[in-house]
Structure formats: structure tokens, C-alpha cells
Design a protein around this ligand. Structure first.
Ligand SMILES: [Zn+2]
Length: 298
């Protein structure tokens, strides 16, 4: 039993090592669904009151939820996706640097958001906005972090705290407690501080290939574990590599997920809540480039 567990852990570690640097990559941050740059101005400007009255998604009756066409038609909230926040090393590939944001670059990107008047919003707010048209704060942005990297806790969180920003952390449970990854206690601390913990599977396998026990291994057990750690329900999911297929959506619904996040490809017209777009904030981007990319992509 012990040796089987060791073997599994070794295999899992290898997988994590293999996947981390290429995680979530399908496309560069190239914009799709380019729309009017001025549209952010039309979000409600009801300051920070939205957070106080945000309903829990599971409490919203189905009859109150807008049609897919209505949801698809609403203005998109810019959502940024980060992975590692650390200075580049000589061995980092050119491509990996899209996913590795140097510390000072990250600081400048987040400062730009604060200086520009952005307000961070969380998935329950986004859900209430998309499904019922509940107003969001002015200049909403959602900040998301994938893959459980320790620097998200050590470097990113204190930076967000400076500006009162909250974020979503999509945790890959296999890596919890491993070197360079967050511990269970750190994940709990994030949740206790008002951040949202979402699922990013057990070990980052592609959802499109699940069969047999994979749904239990990759989704059911990690969800249960995260709920035990945080004491809160896990309602949001980020597809590894941003990859999904139509068969995955009913499986996620069945398991209580109310929304799921992709990367910058197009949303699905029938299932916009399960294909919410995110933009990878590249390590190459100045604050100005990030802002332009947000404007162009959402
Ligand atoms: Zn990932």
C-alpha cells in the first residue's frame, strides 16, 4: 500500500513538473471577439454595494436565470489569468515567459489596474451579473490564478492586498503541500480572507479525455478535498489548458459547478456560463500593453 502510494505520488510529481510550465496554454493572448473599446464605461457605477447583495448562485431559481442568448449578449467582464509570479531564469523558454510574470512586472500590472479605477469582482458577482443583470462595480476586473504556485500566495496576494483586490485561485490538488506549491493552510488562508477557491482538477489532465473513473479522480475527490480545506462549497472550475468539449459541461453541472472558465478562445453560444473567457496576462506585457489587451479582448 505504502509503495503504491509512493509510486502514485512520484508519478503525480512528474506530471506536475511536466504540466506546470505548459499549463493552460492553448493560444497566446490574442484577442478574439473584439468589440467596442469604450464599452466598459457602460457597466453600472454602483460603487461597492454589489458585493453586499450578491446572491449565492445555488439560491437563484432557474426561472430567474436569463437565456443563453441574453447571457452571451452581455458585455464581457475582463478576466485575467496568471500562473507563476517570479523573475525569469535563464532556462525559461520564450513561450514559458507568457506564463511567468516577473515580480516587478506583476506589481506594475496590478498597480495600473488600481490606478485606473478597476474594482476586482468575484465569480458570484459575475454569475449574478450574467444570469440576472445584477450591477457590478464600475470598471470590473476578475483576477484568477491557476496551478497552485506558491508565489501566488507569497508574492501576488500581498500585492493585491495593497489595493483591496480579491482573486480566484484555481487549485490543482495533487500539488498541495509540495515544494513551490501552496499548502492546505495557505489555501484556507486565501479562502478565509475572502478570495475564492476553485477547482483545476487533481493533476491537470485534459477534460476532453476523461473516461471511466477520471471524473471521480480529477473532479469529485479534489472538489471534496477543497471543500474540506476551506469549509466552503467549490462552485467554479477552470479547464486545464483551457480545453473543454460539450460532453464535459453536463458532467460539471451534475457535480454542482455553476460556471467554468476557458482561455481566450470563443465562448460557446449555448453554454456561455461554462465557457467564460480569460486572458493570460503575459510576463512580457507592460501595464499599457495589458490594458490595451484587456480593451481589445473583452
Ligand atoms: Zn493550469
Amino acid at each position: 500500500m505504502h509503495s503504491l502510494r509512493s509510486t502514485l505520488l512520484t508519478a503525480a510529481t512528474t506530471l506536475v513538473a511536466t504540466f506546470t510550465f505548459s499549463s493552460c496554454e492553448t493560444k497566446s493572448a490574442a484577442a478574439s471577439e473584439v468589440t467596442d473599446k469604450a464599452k466598459l464605461a457602460s457597466f453600472s457605477s454602483k460603487k461597492d454595494t454589489a458585493a453586499l447583495s450578491t446572491p449565492d448562485p445555488t439560491s437563484i431559481p432557474a426561472s430567474k436565470i436569463a437565456s443563453a442568448a441574453t447571457i452571451y449578449g452581455r458585455e464581457q467582464v475582463p478576466i485575467l489569468c496568471y500562473h507563476q509570479i517570479r523573475d525569469w531564469r535563464p532556462r525559461d523558454s520564450r513561450r514559458a515567459k507568457d506564463y511567468i510574470v516577473p515580480v516587478e512586472t506583476f506589481r506594475q500590472q496590478i498597480k495600473m489596474l488600481a490606478d485606473s479605477g478597476y474594482h476586482s469582482v468575484l465569480p458570484d458577482q459575475l454569475y449574478a451579473y450574467l444570469t440576472m443583470g445584477v450591477p457590478l462595480p464600475s470598471k470590473p476586473v476578475m483576477l484568477t490564478f491557476d496551478d497552485t504556485d506558491l508565489d501566488q500566495f507569497i508574492v501576488a496576494k500581498p500585492e493585491l492586498d495593497k489595493y483591496g483586490f480579491k482573486a480566484v485561485y484555481f487549485v490543482m490538488t495533487v500539488s498541495l503541500g509540495r515544494p513551490h506549491y501552496m499548502s492546505r493552510a495557505q489555501v484556507k488562508e486565501l479562502a478565509d480572507a475572502g478570495n475564492v477557491i476553485g477547482s483545476h482538477t487533481w493533476d491537470h489532465h485534459n477534460v476532453k479525455k476523461y473516461q471511466g473513473d477520471d471524473w471521480a479522480t480529477q473532479i469529485d475527490k479534489p472538489t471534496k478535498q477543497l471543500e474540506e480545506i476551506t469549509g466552503k462549497p467549490v462552485k467554479y472550475f477552470a479547464y486545464p489548458f483551457g480545453l473543454w468539449n460539450p460532453e464535459a459541461i453536463p458532467e460539471l453541472k451534475k457535480r454542482g459547478f455553476v460556471s467554468a472558465f476557458v482561455l481566450s478562445e470563443k465562448r460557446d453560444q449555448q453554454e456561455p456560463l461554462y465557457t467564460v473567457r480569460r486572458l493570460i496576462a503575459s510576463g512580457y506585457w507592460s501595464p499599457r500593453t495589458l490594458h490595451n489587451s484587456m480593451m481589445n479582448s473583452f
